[in-house]
Design a protein. Structure first.
Length: 131
């Protein structure tokens, strides 16, 4: 089958569309914060060998359309993405202390949908229109 990727044990094409939001759905994802979060997500994807098909950071939510190896569950991907960005963003932008208490940045939970090849173009187009 065309378009499949391979590991030593598997052939696969796993794609996920994630949506996640800052705590209290505050509209804080703009300017330097937005740029830094985009960079951190792209870096995490690069070092973990994920493929980002689309990434859209909106003022109050993030769309991430990503492909990953079978060894990565959706919950593990979100743990890396949200956990890896939360602490660093709070350190880099102390002004967020006026908005958030404690050390959290992201709201609990996320939306994830598995995406088939047929839905691929529809999801990608939807995310592009969000920008």
């Amino acid at each position: 089958m065309k378009g499949l990727k391979s590991t030593a044990q598997a052939r696969y094409d796993l794609r996920y569309h994630f949506v996640f939001v800052p705590k209290y759905r505050k509209r804080v994802l703009h300017g330097k914060i937005k740029t830094r979060i985009e960079g951190m997500i792209r870096f995490a994807a690069q070092i973990n060998e994920w493929e980002i098909y689309e990434l859209a950071v909106q003022p109050d939510h993030v769309h991430l359309y990503i492909g990953a190896q079978p060894s990565w569950s959706p919950s593990e991907i979100m743990k890396v993405v949200k956990g890896g960005t939360s602490k660093k963003i709070r350190e880099l932008f102390p002004e967020l202390d006026e908005v958030y208490w404690g050390s959290t940045f992201w709201a609990d939970g996320y939306l994830v949908k598995s995406v088939g090849v047929i839905q691929d173009k529809v999801i990608a187009e939807y995310i592009k229109k969000q920008v």
